[in-house]
Design a protein around this ligand. Structure first.
Ligand code: NAP
Ligand code: MG
Length: 464
């Protein structure tokens, strides 16, 4: 695969400061497909300087002009969607159909939404005898994971640019090629030099240097809770803004009046998509005791369609494969019962894990409490609605969830009592403008839509 051997800084590809590289591996066949430079603190420093230099002019650019540049970026993402999909498939392992529709498709929607928001958003408001100015926060340090390699980048960069901020991105080490393609798209779209900068590298080196850099005003991080906690502490010590998009352990609550077959099949699809590597996946299915056996039979039939290597890709790397297989073993050791799948890898080559469904899972088991990040679903039994609510809210996380009932009002009444940032009612459609983010330890802040834009703004009030 095509790869740049430098960093995109100040509007051009520049040689990296150090000699080290990162091998990019295709997780479906374990072959090395490219190398990218492993950035150091020096690369990060050069990128932050470029972003600082570009900030005053970009912040002063009229919102309509910023909107036009973001619209141009969206158009490049559309024009290069096949290349994007092939690159995501090569470095993440996602089936090509998923890469086309989701990995290449969703970023177009999100970039488009911020082209419109930049033009229509009120960056000024009147409150009594005051005028409140909503001004860009400054230089953003964006640190992204590999699970949705382009979406995670666009969900930070597009609102930051719309707000008038400039950005330094440190993408995940497993998926740097998609990030390089994004930098090419930025260049083609005619964004001014330094408004967006890319430093590929390792989290504890380049990521850490970016999070701690004095020239960064806001750190926006998506990834594990362990690293998020560390980044939050670093940002807190420096009194700088921070947005954390962390893990989840979301509940799919099927109330007794629901269409059980539909709720189970959509629930299985939700967990198996992207090999279960979705922070908002509904990894705990909650079913009433009287419908439990029927739900297990439906789930077993539904999961059989998810054949590894066809509808389900591998996990991103060997470490994640081992980690997920370890969780499946832990589930068995703690007394859960397999309905489908198991810890054995389905193929010798490629980081595949068998789509796995567990029954007889209790709320306190490890597999019902910790984020597994693989194609693994736990089906839990509840006694009544209060019991379902206790189970649904009984983790440290609160990112997403679903409720199914015969009518929307019944599902909404339950959703109001859930400690979580987003709930799909009876299989509600994805909305790229809906705020996305967590309650409890799932994070701080929101992404997408106008709420996502406001994360990158700070307020100044003028009194008259
Ligand atoms: P991670 O280490 O938290 O990675 C997220 C990003 O942070 C990557 O760019 C990573 O770089 C970087 N990073 C790592 N250590 C850092 C540090 N000390 N300072 C600054 N940046 C740092 O997550 P992971 O290791 O890829 O995955 C582990 C688990 O995290 C998964 O199994 C899953 O449970 C969870 N996860 C959640 C999400 C989500 O969307 N909420 C996404 C991915 C993973 P490297 O790529 O070099 O590590
Ligand atoms: Mg890591």
């Amino acid at each position: 695969m095509k790869a740049h051997d430098g960093m995109y800084i100040g509007g051009q590809w520049r040689p990296a400061a150090g000699p080290d590289t990162i091998a990019v591996v295709n997780p479906a066949d374990e072959q090395v497909i490219a190398h990218v430079p492993a950035g150091t603190a020096d690369d990060v420093d050069a990128a932050v300087r470029a972003a600082r230099e570009a900030f005053p002019a970009w912040a002063a650019t009229p919102p309509a002009e910023r909107a036009a540049r973001i619209a141009a970026l969206r158009d490049v993402l559309v024009a290069r969607k096949d290349e994007i999909a092939e690159t995501v498939t090569a470095e993440l392992g996602a089936p090509l159909a998923l890469s086309r529709t989701v990995h290449a498709g969703v970023p177009v929607l999100v970039a488009g939404s911020y082209a419109e928001l930049a033009a229509s958003y009120s960056f000024e408001e009147r409150i009594g005898n005051s005028t409140v100015l909503l001004e860009p926060v400054g230089v953003v340090g964006a640190i992204t994971p590999w699970n949705y390699p382009l979406h995670q980048v666009v969900a930070k960069v597009a609102p930051a640019l719309a707000a008038g901020c400039t950005v330094v991105l440190k993408p995940a080490e497993d998926t740097p090629l998609t990030a390089q393609l994004f930098a090419e798209a930025i260049h083609e779209a005619g964004l001014p030099a330094g408004v967006f900068n890319l430093v590929t590298g390792l989290g504890p080196v380049a990521g850490q240097a970016l999070a701690a850099h004095e020239g960064v005003d806001l750190v926006s991080f998506t990834g594990s809770t362990a690293v998020g906690r560390q980044i939050g502490a670093t940002a807190g010590a420096a009194v700088k803004r921070v947005a954390l998009e962390l893990g989840g352990k979301s509940a799919n609550v099927i109330l007794p009046s629901a269409d059980l077959a539909k709720a189970v099949s959509v629930g299985i699809a939700n967990v198996m998509s992207n090999s279960g590597q979705t922070c908002s996946a509904w990894t705990r299915m909650l079913v009433h005791k009287n419908q439990y056996d029927e739900a297990l039979a439906l789930a077993a039939a539904a999961v059989a369609k998810y054949v590894p290597g066809e509808r389900v890709g591998p996990l991103v790397n060997a470490k994640q494969q081992q980690r997920v297989r370890g969780y499946i073993e832990k589930g068995l050791a703690e007394g859960a019962r397999l309905v489908a799948g198991g810890p054995e890898a389905p193929y010798e080559t490629g980081y595949y894990v068998s789509p796995t469904v567990f029954a007889d899972v209790t709320w306190d088991m490890t597999i019902a409490q910790e984020e597994i990040f693989g194609p693994v679903l736990s089906i839990l039994k509840y006694e009544d609605e209060e019991d379902a609510l206790r189970i649904a809210n009984g983790t440290v996380y609160g990112l997403a969830g679903a409720v199914w009932a015969a009518d929307a009002a019944e599902a909404v009444a339950f959703a109001r009592r859930m400690d979580t940032g987003q709930v799909d009612i009876n299989g509600g459609r994805f909305n790229p403008l809906a705020p996305f983010g967590g309650y409890k330890q799932s994070g701080v802040g929101r992404e997408l839509g106008p709420h996502g834009l406001s994360e990158y703004l700070q307020t100044k009030s003028l009194q008259f």
